[in-house]
Design a protein around this ligand. Structure first.
Ligand SMILES: NC(=O)c1ccc[n+]([C@@H]2O[C@H](COP(=O)([O-])OP(=O)(O)OC[C@H]3O[C@@H](n4cnc5c(N)ncnc54)[C@H](O)[C@@H]3O)[C@@H](O)[C@H]2O)c1
Length: 373
């Protein structure tokens, strides 16, 4: 089963109680299963969590969510859960306590008070043909927000040039949508040869560019930041974004149309969401977006940015600075619950699509209201 469901909106919302659970059964199916639900809830309770923490990933298979536990929830543990659930053994004595809360960019120490994850049951609705006959480049398409965006475009009829540094993730994504029009380019977006490859694979027309690939820093303030973190974070988040824009804009100018969506962050809007390197990179992405939007006004090219708040993805933030961790604790109280990658894809694809026709130079927070707190 793929990371995201091809037809998530049409999936049955309740499981057949008599059917067997497997590692591929979704969190929802586990929770709705009489024995599986009991076993699962007991595990969460022992870890000091409840099922609401899993709301954004309810349609994900258990094994995928377990993959986010950073090795704490092993294949053996899952096999044992499956065996006991299907045998109806709900005795939870001695159950391991494993934290499987999804990682978000702003994941915090367990003791920090964080609001519960967004529990709303919003579901993606596909608009058939919205991207018909359009070629859209999506970077970071192997995971999280990039993958959800690439998937949505592909399922809405677009031709996707899916880019990621991980060939394995791209293969998995492509295999999850066998009937879709997806071409993959594995490589580092900071590398000029990769950028040239991407443009070559896209071909004569590039209708859209979603610059989504990005990495977090290690939450260090400027006096503690290493050259290595500074250079890598600025290179991927800012220089890679610029290189893709520089390489694609000439084609868009020639065809007199094109939509570019860059991904900034709450950290592009405030100083309290990440360390010095990431915050700088995401503020700079906003500058780059506005400069381009101004420069190309009237040419048919639109350039906008989306600023996500907390999203449950594979991105990782290490807290390497005691000083910053303490300061971060002060700010985290105004942070709304994290959301899903699909809800970010909804914002991004709106701006990429023709419905964004009159929007140029906008920095759109897609954060449940964090930016106004
Ligand atoms: N998750 C959040 O809470 C959050 C919040 C605000 C902003 N963002 C931004 O959203 C974007 C996507 O992040 P995500 O949370 O989906 O993360 P993710 O780690 O799940 O996915 C990012 C993908 O980008 C790829 N990638 C990383 N560096 C690359 C490079 N140099 N070249 C090509 N591919 C590369 C990774 O392999 C990965 O598949 C990032 O720009 C991130 O800064 C995320």
């Amino acid at each position: 089963m793929g990371f995201f469901h091809h037809n998530a909106p049409d999936q049955p919302s309740s499981s057949d109680e008599s059917s067997d659970l497997t590692a591929d059964s979704t969190i929802r199916q586990w929770l709705e299963h009489p024995a599986g639900g009991k076993i699962f809830r007991a595990m969460l309770e022992e870890a000091g969590q409840n099922e609401k923490v899993l709301a954004p990933v309810k349609n994900w298979p258990l094994k995928r969510v377990a993959g986010m536990s950073k090795g704490k929830m092993t294949d053996e543990m899952i096999a044992d859960m499956v065996k006991r659930a299907n045998a109806g053994e709900t005795d939870t004595e001695g159950e391991g306590s494993v934290s499987i809360a999804p990682t978000t960019e702003v994941s915090v120490e367990p003791s920090t008070p964080v609001e519960e994850l967004n529990t709303s049951e919003w579901r993606e609705t596909i608009t058939p043909g919205r991207f018909g006959a359009k070629t859209i480049i999506v970077t970071g398409a192997g995971s999280g927000i990039g993958r959800a965006t690439a998937s949505r475009i592909a399922r809405e009829g677009g031709r996707v040039v899916a880019v990621d540094i991980s060939q394995e993730r791209l293969n998995e994504f492509k295999a999850s949508l066998p009937d879709a029009n997806i071409e993959t380019v594995a490589g580092d977006i900071t590398d000029s040869y990769t950028v040239a490859d991407i443009v070559a694979v896209a071909g004569d027309t590039i209708d859209g560019l979603a610059n989504i690939a990005g990495i977090m820093d290690n939450m260090t303030p400027v006096h503690e930041v290493s050259d290595e973190i500074w250079e890598r974070v600025l290179n991927v988040n800012l220089v890679g974004t610029m290189k893709l824009m520089r390489a694609t804009v000439p084609k868009m100018l020639a065809q007199k149309s094109g939509s570019i969506v860059n991904i900034t962050s709450e950290a592009g809007l405030r100083g309290s969401a990440a360390g010095a390197a990431y915050t700088t990179s995401k503020h700079a992405v906003i500058g780059l977006t506005k400069s381009a939007a101004f420069s190309y006004t009237g040419t048919g090219i639109r350039v906008n940015a989306v600023a996500p708040g907390g999203v449950a993805t594979n991105i990782e933030a290490k807290f390497d600075s005691e000083m910053f961790t303490e300061r971060f604790g002060v700010a985290v109280g105004v942070m709304p619950a994290p959301t899903t990658a699909e809800s970010l894809a909804a914002s991004i694809t709106f701006l990429l699509s023709d419905d964004g026709v009159n929007i140029n130079g906008a920095i759109v927070p897609s954060d449940g209201g964090w930016s106004v707190a």
